[in-house]
Each structure stands twice: as structure tokens, then as C-alpha cells.
Design a protein around this ligand. Structure first.
Ligand code: FES
Length: 140
């Protein structure tokens, strides 16, 4: 049988992504893209009393980009904004049971999309985000 580069959990999130779509009255939206592979991710969060009550995404990208954005929406639901800020790309990859080394940058895109949505949330509140979002690095 052909050896797939992704484990079962990654494949499950790729084939059955959770929380695909948009939140029309989102509290924050993050848009990120990888200029090298051309993959783009958009993440929506709905925040109530400082807690992320809903998260959705739209990703045009590789399998790992779809899987990581799917699981990150699951991971942040029910978390406070502060807790969600500590969700790193490594935590995302770990939650998926690991990613091939050449696909770790896809999890960076998921972290950046989440941070972008949180930054947008802060901006809409008229507050500066308590962190800087750097451009995702791309090593292909
Ligand atoms: Fe572009 Fe995965 S190859 S995000």
C-alpha cells in the first residue's frame, strides 16, 4: 500500500474538516497567506466576555493547512483570549499527533491565522494587541 505522509488524525481532519465556514458577526478575522506555496487561510472567532465561543475557518491549501486550521478551531473554542494566545504551532501539530517536518510550516500558518483573528479582535475593541504577528516563515 502507498505510504501516506500523514497520520490518521491528520487525514481525518483533512477529509472531514471541523468548523469550515464563516461567522457573519465575527468578533475578529485573521487572514494569512504563504507567499511560497500560495496557500491562504482565513479564521473567524466569536468572543463573548473574553471567551472564544465559536471559531470557523476557510482554507485554500494543502492537506496539512486544512488539518491544522480544522484542529485549531476545535482547540480554541471555550478558551479565553489569553489562553488562545498561548496556542503555538507546535501545540497544534502535537494535537494532530505530529506532522512531517516539511509540513511544520503549515501549522505556523494556522497559528498566525488565529493570532491574526485575535489581533483583529483587539483592534475592534480599540486596544493594541499584546503581541506582534510576524509574517509566517516559509521554508519549502
Ligand atoms: Fe502551504 Fe502547507 S504547503 S501551507
Amino acid at each position: 500500500m502507498e505510504q501516506l505522509p500523514y497520520n490518521e488524525k491528520v487525514m481525518d481532519h483533512f477529509l472531514h474538516p471541523r468548523n469550515v465556514g464563516e461567522i457573519p458577526d465575527a468578533s475578529g478575522i485573521g487572514n494569512v497567506g504563504n507567499p511560497v506555496c500560495g496557500d491562504v487561510m482565513r479564521m473567524y472567532i466569536k468572543v463573548e466576555n473574553g471567551v472564544i465561543v465559536d471559531a470557523k475557518f476557510k482554507t485554500f491549501g494543502c492537506g496539512a493547512a486544512i488539518s491544522t486550521s480544522s484542529i485549531v478551531t476545535e482547540m480554541v473554542k471555550g478558551k479565553t483570549i489569553e489562553e488562545a494566545l498561548s496556542v503555538s504551532n507546535k501545540a497544534v501539530a502535537q494535537a494532530l499527533g505530529g506532522l512531517p517536518a516539511v509540513k511544520m510550516h503549515c501549522s505556523v500558518l494556522a497559528e498566525q491565522a488565529l493570532k491574526g483573528a485575535i489581533k483583529d479582535y483587539y483592534q475592534r475593541q480599540g486596544k493594541p494587541a499584546p503581541f506582534d504577528i510576524d509574517t509566517p516563515k516559509h521554508e519549502h
